[in-house]
Write a protein that binds this ligand. Structure first.
Ligand code: G16
Length: 543
């Protein structure tokens, strides 16, 4: 490492004074103007991680569901999974090191993580469509180059596409070709195989309206559209030509407000969905015959997918272990349905797909979904090999195995992927001959409400039991318990967000009025006991 050269370069990417940086739920996130030094340093860190693992590492420049003015960076580990927790700590320390201490901070990582400095490094970079993303990607590229790393810049990509590229590169193409064309072909040929087997006649091509959050999903779905058009008609809305990224649209808006996005006209019973800003989340919805908005979120997707996978696994007859992983945000009725009706074991982890992904890897078939629409299914290597073997035969078992084998290829097994999840949902609905209403009717969600509270320092809230109980500040959990006891079928919890400077409050109860009122009461308790700032939460809701 040429320390003088590094110091000079670091000076061009100076750390702003007085700010603290944290590798949160999904990387660093804040106003874009504060992130130049973080990006440069994450370029350095990705090069070190690559030298340590001997594998290509990904750097994705995005702030996903956050407002357009924010930006961020997520690092991708060798098999396309999120960065390992020990390296999140290195990342936080590196981002907070004062400029003159940067070489020392790097050397500490080299020593602690046993990095081989002379080894080659390969880093793959992708970025979303935010106005700040190209310049920030340049800072990351300079960081990689400063440690002599080789770069492959994919330019504009969805986050899951970058995860896919990393895995393809590190498995010598066994997972797929590390190109956009490879991604589109892998998914679309699995989708075509699946929909070929559906009973629907040719002229009844399914169609779906997609709100693209004015983000990268629009560009990539447009590229993919010709590949899937024989089986699915996709109409794009909020494609970035007019509106602002994630503003009044996108998966996060639709899920938290429980209403349709702006910019998408819905007729009763039309199938619609929303992606988020980097297309790693998706939620479905429709207007029922009476014009009421019906949301099918990550829980509904987990139920549809795991039910279908379970049916196929039963036909195949192998004793594969199956598990569904959720978080505290999962609707209580989805968990009850999975456990009591479907008899599937359900596990709860902390928020953040990195936690769910890790847990799901314990099963032969692990389905994980956050209620916000972030999730996928994972298959163990042993299960995949067996299923693909069984798929060779022409009997009943073989037929079910063939469907499973195509689903294995259609799921993006590196991370939640809105495009892949949409195709999985559409394939399952086609194969089962289900309408969106019939899917919705599998179980009824408990009414729920999510709100945000602004506090001076959200780290005063700490939690336990997969974030379902607050440990600090003192008295908060007792206050929540007492409020919850005043409602039927009720539950509430609070946690500091790892992507926004807010505390999130979740409440569910037997009616929407009760869920709203409980969420409001808990917000007031947070405001009072955890140092709320600004306006007190109003009954109309702080979002
Ligand atoms: C990220 C994470 C998700 C998480 C979400 C919200 O999503 O990848 O796992 O659910 O943030 O996290 P928090 O409640 O801590 O703010 P995305 O789509 O923004 O990358």
């Amino acid at each position: 490492m040429d320390v003088d050269a590094l110091r000079k370069q670091a000076a061009l990417h100076a750390k702003p004074p007085g700010l603290a940086f944290h590798y949160g739920t999904a990387g660093f996130r804040m106003r874009a103007e504060h992130l130049d030094h973080v990006m440069f340093r994450m370029g350095l860190l990705a090069a070190l991680r690559s030298k340590q693992t001997g594998a290509a590492i990904g750097v994705m420049v995005t702030a996903s569901h956050n407002p357009e003015e924010d930006n961020g960076v997520k690092l991708v580990d060798p098999l396309g999974e999120m960065l390992a927790p020990a390296w999140e700590e290195h990342a936080t320390r590196l981002a907070n090191a004062e400029d003159p201490d940067l070489p020392r901070a790097l050397l500490r990582i080299v020593e602690e993580a046993a990095v081989e400095p002379a080894r080659d490094a390969v880093v793959l970079i992708g970025r979303d469509t935010r106005p700040s993303s190209e310049q920030l990607a340049q800072a990351a590229r300079e960081g990689v180059a400063a440690l002599g790393g080789r770069l492959h810049d994919y330019g504009l990509l969805t986050t899951p596409q970058l995860h896919y590229m990393v895995r393809c590169r590190n498995t010598d193409g066994r997972y797929g070709k590390p190109t956009l064309d490879g991604y589109y072909r892998k998914l679309s040929s699995a989708f075509a195989e699946l929909t070929k087997q559906a009973s629907r006649s040719g002229d009844e091509r399914a169609s779906v309206k997609v709100d693209c959050a004015n983000g990268i999903g629009a560009l990539k779905l447009r590229e993919m559209e010709p590949h899937v058009s024989p089986g699915l008609a996709v109409q794009l809305f909020n494609d970035g030509t007019k509106g602002k990224l994630n503003h009044l649209c996108g998966a996060d808006f639709v899920k938290t407000h429980q209403k349709p996005p702006h910019g998408l006209e819905m007729k009763p019973n039309e199938r619609c969905c929303s992606l988020d800003g980097d297309a790693d989340r998706i939620v479905y919805y429709y207007l029922d015959a009476a014009g009421a908005f019906r949301l099918l979120d990550g829980d509904k997707m987990a139920v549809l997918m795991s039910t279908f996978l379970q049916e196929l696994l039963a036909e195949v007859g192998e004793s594969f272990s199956v598990g569904v992983v959720q978080t505290a945000y999962a609707n209580g009725n989805s968990t009850r349905f999975l456990e009591e009706v479907m008899k599937v074991p359900v596990y709860c982890t902390k928020t953040g797909v990195k936690h769910l992904h890790h847990k799901a890897q314990e099963f032969d078939v692990g389905v994980y979904f956050e209620a916000n629409g972030h999730g996928t299914a994972l298959f163990s290597e042993a299960a995949e090999v067996k299923i693909k073997q069984l798929a060779e035969s022409e009997d009943r078992k073989g037929k079910a195995a063939k469907v499973l084998a195509n689903l294995i290829d259609l799921f993006n097994q590196t991370a939640g992927d809105a495009i892949s999840d949409m195709l999985v949902i559409e394939a399952i609905l086609a194969l089962k001959g289900l309408t969106v209403q019939q899917w919705d009717a599998l179980y009824a969600d408990l009414p729920n409400r999510q709100v945000k509270v602004k506090v001076a320092d959200r780290t005063v809230i700490s939690t336990t039991d997969a974030e379902r109980r607050a440990v600090t500040p003192p008295g908060l959990q007792e206050a929540i318990d007492s409020l919850v006891s005043g409602y039927r079928l009720s539950r509430a919890f609070v946690r500091p967000s790892g992507t926004e400077d807010v505390v999130r409050v979740y409440a569910e109860a037997d009616s929407q009025e009760s869920a709203d009122s409980l969420a409001h009461a808990v917000s007031l308790a947070v405001f009072e006991l955890a140092g709320g700032i600004g306006e007190r939460p109003q009954p109309g809701f702080t979002r």
